[in-house]
Design a protein around this ligand. Structure first.
Ligand SMILES: Cc1cc2nc3c(=O)[nH]c(=O)nc-3n(C[C@H](O)[C@H](O)[C@H](O)COP(=O)(O)OP(=O)(O)OC[C@H]3O[C@@H](n4cnc5c(N)ncnc54)[C@H](O)[C@@H]3O)c2cc1C
Length: 379
């Protein structure tokens, strides 16, 4: 295998660099963390600029406004935009990173045409309504109920930890459509219009004092049957498609960012033990970059494979080590000079929980990949 960039890859990179050099100085400074209308405007404006320049949906089909780029171009795009400190997907990470890819893999032609171009143009923000108070790790134990009534499902129940639920216009919604089937068999995956009658969104404040999470309550909410993605009661399979994107490729931008943070730390580390630790983190990040290349390549032929599970677990650990190390190395300066690092450290505490905890990733890797005995069921 030839790992060098081809002439056309080099040309792509030069063209992208030139565009970023022109486009980034035109942006206003990023809005305050809790100014949600401004954040939505800022992030969707950047998305629109990417779209107009032909850089939105790097891996998505051209018929829906994507670029259908090669895996190498997708990775170059991530490297160059992160290096240039361009905005990332922001409030629409669900739309761009896993709802869109799920619709590409599983949606009907009508669903794709209705949503994919709008996501890429920055016209439509998505959120995810999967978790419930009693169904996080045990997601298949979800209870939100959908009962068929003519051409609609009528939904009742509650969701929690819905990131950007208060600004999302559409949601990935998991509901129980057959309460008598075994728990993995009675679930359906629906496209939810967040402005439907009967939905109440209540923000939850995080330890950082920000309010990007919400609880979402459903009281007789009607969702058209044509909004179902995949067959009725086949939603668990579709969910695994969503999760494979969420765990395998949605963290790629984070990963590139972690490499940058580790490089920034390099000149500040003098103690031999800390240098050893930084070397370890950098080696982990290099290995993860190799895994990322594999995952992005696999995703361009369908969905990321088992590498998605390995990536999420290993990335969570590497990011945790990097956060701990940066606090130790910076000490008091973390507050005085590098305060973004403190916020970064607190934020990254959530990474081993988001998209399935590290314990759950270990269970899945043990049971599904390595064929180890299943854990005891407590039901
Ligand atoms: C930053 C962030 C963003 C999120 N965004 C969304 C979102 O947009 N939409 C959404 O639906 N959800 C979202 N979530 C929720 C997330 O999916 C859940 O928090 C996660 O799946 C864990 O579920 P839980 O919080 O209910 O914890 P629990 O399932 O109650 O787990 C509690 C602890 O018990 C451990 N545990 C549970 N079962 C087992 C087991 N069988 N074996 C070993 N250990 C076990 C867990 O690992 C964990 O440490 C988000 C979470 C975070 C942190």
């Amino acid at each position: 295998m030839d790992l060098r960039l081809s002439d056309s890859d080099e040309a792509f990179r030069a063209e992208l660099r030139a565009w970023l050099t022109r486009a980034l100085p035109e942006l206003d400074s990023p809005p305050a963390r809790d100014d949600w209308p401004a954040r939505v405007r800022y992030d969707t404006d950047w998305q629109r600029r990417l779209f107009d320049a032909g850089y939105a949906g790097m891996s998505w089909p051209t018929e829906y406004g994507g670029r259908d780029a090669s895996p190498t171009e997708q990775l170059l795009f991530l490297e160059e935009t992160t290096q240039a400190q361009a905005p990332y997907v922001g409030v629409n990470f669900v739309g761009n990173l896993h709802a869109g890819p799920t619709l590409i893999a599983e949606g009907t032609d009508e669903q794709k045409a209705a949503h994919l171009p709008r996501i890429l143009r920055g016209d439509e923000v998505w959120c995810q309504c999967f978790s419930e108070p009693g169904a996080g790790s045990d997601l298949a134990g979800l209870r939100a109920r959908a009962v068929r009534d003519g051409d609609d499902y009528v939904v009742n129940g509650q969701k929690i930890w819905c990131s950007f639920g208060h600004v999302g216009e559409f949601g990935e919604l998991l509901v129980r459509t057959d309460p008598d089937a075994s728990k993995h068999r009675g679930i359906s995956w629906l496209i939810l219009a967040m402005d439907s009658a009967g939905i109440e969104v209540r923000p939850i404040e995080t330890l950082l004092g920000s309010s990007e999470f919400s609880e979402v309550f459903f009281d007789e909410v009607r969702v058209p049957v044509v909004n179902r993605v995949g067959a009725e009661n086949d939603g668990w399979r579709v969910t695994n498609v969503t999760l494979s994107f969420e765990r395998g490729t949605a963290f790629v931008g984070e990963m590139v960012d972690a490499r940058r943070l580790a490089d920034e730390l390099r000149p500040l580390v003098h103690d031999a033990t800390d240098r050893h630790e930084l070397g370890h983190v950098l080696a982990q990040l290099d290995a993860l970059w190799a895994l990322t290349m594999r995952n992005v390549t696999q995703a361009s032929h369908g969905t990321p494979g088992p590498g998605a599970l390995m990536f999420k677990l290993a990335y969570s650990e590497a990011r945790d080590r990097l956060g701990e190390l940066s606090m130790r190395v910076l000490g008091r300066d973390a507050f005085d000079v590098h305060d973004y690092r403190v916020e970064e450290r607190l934020r990254t505490l959530s990474i081993p929980i988001a998209a399935g905890t590290s314990q759950i990733q270990r269970n899945i890797i043990g049971e599904r990949l390595l064929g180890l005995p299943k854990e005891k069921s407590w039901e």
